[in-house]
Each structure stands twice: as structure tokens, then as C-alpha cells.
Write a protein that binds this ligand. Structure first.
Ligand code: IVH
Length: 694
């Protein structure tokens, strides 16, 4: 390679690495695998070594990577937050071990730990009190996210014991448990769907790709009360103090745990590299049983004096390295492609696979996303496919083994009719997703509409889950959500409901509706009649009518009859409503079936007009906030609760981490107060509350 070629190559590599760094650290959205990233970086390092005078003054090889987000205060790290060198195979690991032996001899031990797949955080404690939490940023300085970190239950605000240093930093990893991720991402999907403005493709793009992604997005939120709703967790693994608290890293971890830090139980003292390799192999198979994700193992020389002898390179400690696991892959056979219909009619093709073990679970299906993906993979019937589970929870097909393809294999052709109602599918211009247009009669779309109707933010009939709704529909008990109000206790008692859980191939578990839950369902349906008009309007599930639009329409038109009678122009004129929404509304009410359904809802006594509470003005000042009213006040407790509701807040029954504000009155129970204090909940008085809604 001549000098000019080297210069061009170096510039190109710098640009690529910077771009990936920005995507990873600032946008929390990795666009390259770790392995491929390291390859780019190593290529650049090699070229810079060969042509030192061509090194870019801002070369990414001079930094640890990352940048800082603009919305938080930037804080310089007292101790730079270096990253670790990576290895991917046993040979590299043994090379690392040889380098250490050459430098400090044979007499040393390693501590092996899990490499948690989250975001690095540095916590500063002064006299046992948490004073600051900073993200890694570019390694030299990061974002001050103290308020957000304070919402993490496992991070102590005040340390236990008395043998901690007066001032020190501790590093760890903030992460989200896999189950939490799945639950919150599903809720987030629902929220996006409810806005009725996103296409399925946009929703897939917006959803968090993996728990690390979600944890990172959460920690960078500006509103810490929002952060508190998305439970994060943290493991601490590295202590930094002026004077070491012990002679070894292993002892320091034990001490840190005794001060109240959450230190993972999965760490081990290893006498030599063979023991390290055993540790690696053990977690290679068992890592999938953990409730959180790890992407490798970290090994650290245990003794601090030996660590000092080994020292650092510009970017990494020489006494520690990580071993990264490869993304779990499996080879299996594509049995058939089926098509799922979503609540909005969006069709998702699904690959049905010969069951195969992958990352601790049996994989039978993989999402194929859309027609373009099938085309990209050039899928044929009975293809042998490679399935991968990266950070993502849902496995995906990453390639086809062409050598194993039968010469006469038939190409998979995207289905042209809806698998549920046989209506011809449509693909809108510029969209990659196919839709079933049969909104009113396609079963999954009807069930989806009813599920939306009963959902928490709509009619809040939480005794009725999706499985039960589907069972009622399939048994012919309900055809629309209006039919819910005709259901009788005797009709639903002992009904058998298919659950989403599978017992064996294609057979799902069943449960029957017992007395208590039958009663809860009927009571929940009756109670929903008190839900205010704006939420009933949202519950109708009209496309593009999300919560905010529903509120605006309710306020403007006061009742459903005015909305039905309004012309497209009259609706479109309302500030921030616009023609598209007006079109959807008039289209919905031009269907006589829908008008009939509204009539039924009216007869059942649902609120289809705004009800102004006397003397109480509505607002959404408390939207998304939860309250607990406890003790006695100047005004009656019921009035206080009503004020919370008319201002968009929610009353909840007890002190839990879901509570945002405890309104404390006279003579409130000391237990409640203590629990709220322990959970760091905002405790306010009557006047503070009145100021909030002023
Ligand atoms: S030790 C000076 N231990 O991996 C060394 N890091 O590229 C400090 N990580 O930035 C890091 N688990 O975010 C260490 N048990 C563990 C870890 C760990 C995850 C992350 C950390 C670090 C990155 C290294």
C-alpha cells in the first residue's frame, strides 16, 4: 500500500468508526457487531503503526469512544473510565495470559466476572452518601444522571457500616432485566399503536431492540419520574479510591457488598487460565438462565500491587481483558411461512422452523418482518436456515445455507389474501407492510379492537385480559365491544379460556373462569360506565384518534352526537386536528354499524358527553402521575381524590414504587410514611398539592 492509499484508507476507517461510536454511545443504537467494530479499529491501529505520520489528530484510536449527550451537565471523571480490550477465542486469551506472565511471573490469580450488557456508570460517594452518578461518555467526561440513577432501587443512597473510605468512586453497569424489557417493550408497542399515527414499519423501528438499548434510552431521559416507571437495576464491579481498601479486587468486591452495593454472586477466584476457560465455558451454556443479559466474561488480575506493575495502555488496563461470546446461532429447517394479523390489520410473516435449541430456549418461530425481508433472504421451501439471537429477544433468520437447497425447491411467494378472513391484502404506496383492509369483520382485528377498548388507558377493565376477550369472541358471546355490557355472570362462569402458554406442539394450556374472576369481570365492565367521555372516545379505537386527540375532540364538541353530526371541514378546522384525522372520524361514523354500536353504548349508560364537575375545572396537569391520599385534610378526602382525577392524575391504593406522590394529612399512619420515605417517594401536604394544579 502506498502512502496515498494509506491516507485514503485511514480517513475512511476514522469516519466509519466515528459513525458507529456515535450510533452506539449517543443514540444508543448499535449499527455494527462488536467483532466487526474491533476489526475496523484493529485495521486502523495497524495502519497508524505502519504510517505514524498519517495519524489523524482526532483519531478514534486515541479515545475510548463515545461522546456526550447535550441535555445533561457534563462532568469530568476523576478517574478516566477506560474500557477493556476484547478477546474472542481461547488463543487470544492465552496470549493475554502469556503477556501477564512475562511481566509479573507465574504467581498471580484472576478474578472472573460476568460482563454485564448494559451501560457503564460511575457513582461517587462522600461520607457514605451518594453524591453523583455519571455515565461513561467519552471516558474522560460523561453526563450527570444522578437523579435518574437515584430511582434505581438497588443503588444505595446511604451506605451501611463504617469502614468505607470517606470519598470514593465505584463503577458498575446499569441494566434492565429481560422480563422487564419484554413487558415494557410490549407496553410501548401498545402505546405507539394507540397513537394510530405510525405504520407497522415505523413501530418496529421505534421499539427498543434489546434490554441494553432500553436501559440506555431510560437513563438518558430528562424526567426522572419517567425513569422510575421503567425499573433498572445495577451491578457494581470496580472500586476506585485514593487508598486501596484491601489488597485485592476480590476482597474489595466483598467489602463493597457489605456496604450495601449489589455485587453479582457470579464471580470466582481462578488460579490459572485453564480455570478461567472453565468459567467461560460454564457461562457460555448457562448464561441464558440468568434474568439479565451478559455478552461475555471479564477477567482481572486480583492483586492490586500486581495490577499497578502491569499498568495501562492508552485505552485499556493491561491487567484485565474481556472475552466476548458470539451471538448464539443455530441451524434448522424452514417448515413453512405463516402470516399473523395484528390489531391494525398489519400482516407479519412468520417462519415456522423445525424446533431447535438456541440460547437456552427452543426456537420454533422467527419473525420475517415483511415481504422485502423474504425477498432479501430469497427464501425457498424447506431451506436450511441460520437462526440468530443477538441482543434481541426474538430470533431472526440471518441467512440460508444454499448448498443444502434442493435444486427443485419452490421460492416462497408472499401470500396475497388475509389468512383469517380471506380478504385481498393491500400494500400502501411507500410501505413495506401488507394490510388486511377488512377492519370490521376480520377476527383478529375485531378482537384487537375489543382488547384496546378494555385496556388500562381506555375503559380500564383490567379484569378482562386479551385471552378472555378472544375466548368470548370465539364462543360468539361478543361480536363488538358494545356486547360486553350484555354479558351475564352465568354466561361466563366456568368458561374455558385458551392461554398463550403452550403445553406441547400447537396445543395451548386452558384455564376456566372461576367465580371470583367471573364476578370481577362483570363488576369491571359495570364500573367502566363511569369512565369520562374523552376516554370512551379514545376507547372506540378510531384510527388516528389517540388520547390527546380524543381529549381535544371531547372538549370541543362536548358530546358524541355533535361529533357524529360534524362535517369533515368543521373537524379539520380545530387547532392541531387537521384533515387526515377529520377524514378518519367521518369515515368511521359514516358506517351505520358504528353508529348503531354508539347507540348501544349510550343505552348501556356509558358517558358519551362531557360532565363538568361543579366547581371543578378539568386539566391534564397531573397526567401520568399517581397519588395516595392519607390522613385528614381541610377538604374531604373524596374531594381531594376527585381533584386528582379531574386534573388527569390517578389515585392508587398503597405505597409502592409506582407511587409518585403521597399527600400526607394529619394523623396518617406512621407505617405508610416510613415506607414512602424508604422508597424515596415525594411526600407533599395539601397546600403543595393545590399549588401543583394552580
Ligand atoms: S471492569 C478498568 N467489569 O464492559 C476496567 N467492566 O469494555 C473497568 N463491563 O466499560 C471495567 N461488566 O461497561 C468491568 N464485570 C465487569 C463488567 C464490565 C461489564 C463493561 C463496562 C466497560 C466495558 C468494557
Amino acid at each position: 500500500m502506498n502512502e496515498l492509499e494509506a491516507k485514503i484508507m485511514i480517513d475512511e476507517l476514522c469516519n466509519q468508526i466515528e459513525k458507529h461510536n456515535y450510533n452506539y454511545y449517543t443514540l444508543s443504537n448499535a449499527t455494527i457487531s462488536d467483532l466487526a467494530f474491533d476489526k475496523l479499529l484493529n485495521q486502523l491501529i495497524a495502519l497508524e503503526k505502519q504510517f505514524p505520520h498519517l495519524q489523524n489528530p482526532n483519531s478514534p484510536t486515541l479515545k475510548v469512544g463515545g461522546s456526550i449527550t447535550k441535555d445533561f451537565t457534563t462532568v469530568k471523571h476523576k478517574y478516566p473510565m477506560l474500557s477493556l480490550g476484547n478477546t474472542y477465542n481461547e488463543e487470544d486469551l492465552r496470549d493475554f495470559d502469556d503477556r501477564i506472565k512475562k511481566s509479573i511471573g507465574e504467581d498471580f490469580e484472576y478474578v472472573c466476572e460476568l460482563k454485564f450488557d448494559g451501560l457503564a456508570i460511575s457513582l461517587s460517594y462522600e461520607n457514605g452518601v451518594l453524591v453523583r452518578a455519571v455515565t461513561r461518555g467519552d471516558g474522560t467526561q460523561g453526563d450527570d444522571v444522578t437523579n435518574n440513577v437515584k430511582t434505581i432501587q438497588s443503588i444505595p443512597h446511604q451506605l451501611k457500616g463504617n469502614n468505607y473510605p470517606a470519598s470514593f468512586e465505584i463503577r458498575g453497569e446499569v441494566f434492565m432485566h429481560k422480563k422487564t424489557f419484554e413487558k415494557l417493550n410490549a407496553e410501548y408497542r401498545k402505546e405507539l399503536e394507540d397513537k394510530e399515527i405510525y405504520t407497522e414499519t415505523q413501530i418496529l423501528e421505534k421499539l427498543y431492540k434489546n434490554p441494553r438499548n432500553f436501559a440506555s434510552g431510560t437513563l438518558k431521559m430528562q424526567d426522572s419520574s419517567e425513569v422510575a416507571k421503567r425499573p433498572l437495576d445495577a451491578f457494581l464491579y470496580f472500586l476506585n479510591a485514593e487508598n486501596n481498601v484491601s489488597e485485592t479486587h476480590f476482597e474489595s468486591l466483598k467489602l463493597a457488598a457489605s456496604w450495601g452495593f449489589q455485587v453479582s454472586d457470579h464471580y470466582k477466584l481462578c488460579k490459572n487460565i485453564d480455570a478461567v476457560i472453565d468459567f467461560i465455558k460454564f457461562y457460555e451454556t448457562n448464561r441464558h438462565d440468568l434474568s439479565y443479559e451478559i455478552d461475555g466474561i471479564v477477567l482481572k488480575v486480583n492483586n492490586y500491587l500486581q495490577q499497578e506493575d502491569l499498568g495501562f495502555t492508552a485505552k485499556n488496563p493491561r491487567w484485565a481483558i474481556s472475552y466476548k461470546y458470539k451471538a448464539a446461532t443455530a441451524v434448522t429447517v424452514l417448515e413453512k411461512v405463516t402470516y399473523q394479523v395484528g390489531r391494525t390489520g398489519a400482516i407479519t410473516p412468520v417462519a415456522n422452523l423445525k424446533p431447535v435449541q438456541l440460547a437456552g430456549t427452543t426456537v420454533k418461530r422467527a419473525s420475517l418482518y415483511n415481504a422485502d425481508e423474504i425477498e432479501r433472504l430469497d427464501l425457498h421451501e424447506n431451506d436450511t436456515v441460520f437462526v440468530e439471537k443477538g441482543g434481541e429477544i426474538i430470533p431472526k433468520i440471518v441467512g440460508v445455507d444454499l448448498e443444502n437447497r434442493n435444486a427443485h425447491a419452490i421460492k416462497i411467494v408472499y401470500q396475497s389474501i388475509c389468512p383469517e378472513c380471506k380478504t385481498e391484502l393491500v400494500r400502501k404506496e411507500g410501505e413495506v407492510i401488507h394490510y388486511c383492509p377488512n377492519v370490521n369483520y376480520c377476527p383478529p382485528q375485531i378482537i384487537g379492537a375489543i382488547e384496546h377498548f378494555v385496556s388500562r388507558r381506555a375503559m380500564n377493565i383490567d379484569s378482562l385480559g386479551g385471552e378472555t376477550v378472544a375466548a368470548f369472541y370465539k364462543l360468539g358471546l361478543i361480536k363488538t365491544y358494545a356486547d360486553l355490557y350484555d354479558l351475564k355472570y352465568e354466561q361466563i362462569l366456568n368458561l374455558s379460556v385458551e392461554t398463550n402458554e403452550e403445553i406441547d406442539d400447537n396445543k395451548s394450556k386452558k384455564r376456566s373462569i372461576k367465580e371470583k374472576s367471573a364476578q370481577n369481570i362483570i363488576e369491571g365492565i359495570q364500573a367502566s360506565k363511569a369512565i369520562p367521555f374523552e376516554r370512551v372516545l379514545f376507547a372506540l379505537g378510531i384510527r388516528m384518534i389517540g388520547e390527546t386527540v380524543a381529549k381535544k375532540l371531547a372538549k370541543h364538541f362536548q358530546n358524541i352526537d355533535n361529533i357524529i353530526a360534524a362535517s369533515k371541514e368543521q373537524i379539520g378546522e380545530i387547532y392541531e386536528i387537521g384533515d387526515k384525522i377529520a377524514e378518519q372520524l367521518t369515515q368511521f361514523f359514516s358506517d351505520l354499524e358504528n353508529v348503531k354500536m354508539i347507540e348501544m353504548l349510550k343505552q348501556h349508560g356509558l358517558k358519551l358527553a362531557i360532565e363538568e364537575e361543579e366547581g371543578l375545572e378539568r386539566s391534564n396537569k397531573l397526567e401520568g402521575k399517581t397519588f395516595l391520599v392519607s390522613g385528614t385534610f381541610q377538604m374531604s378526602r373524596d374531594d381531594l381524590k376527585k381533584m386528582i382525577e379531574v386534573n388527569g392524575g390517578r389515585n392508587i391504593a398503597g405505597v409502592s414504587k409506582n407511587l409518585n406522590y403521597l399527600i400526607a394529612g394529619d394523623k396518617m399512619g406512621p407505617e405508610k410514611l416510613k415506607k414512602a420515605t424508604d422508597l424515596n417517594i415525594n411526600i407533599i401536604n395539601e397546600q403543595d398539592f393545590l399549588n401543583m394544579i394552580k
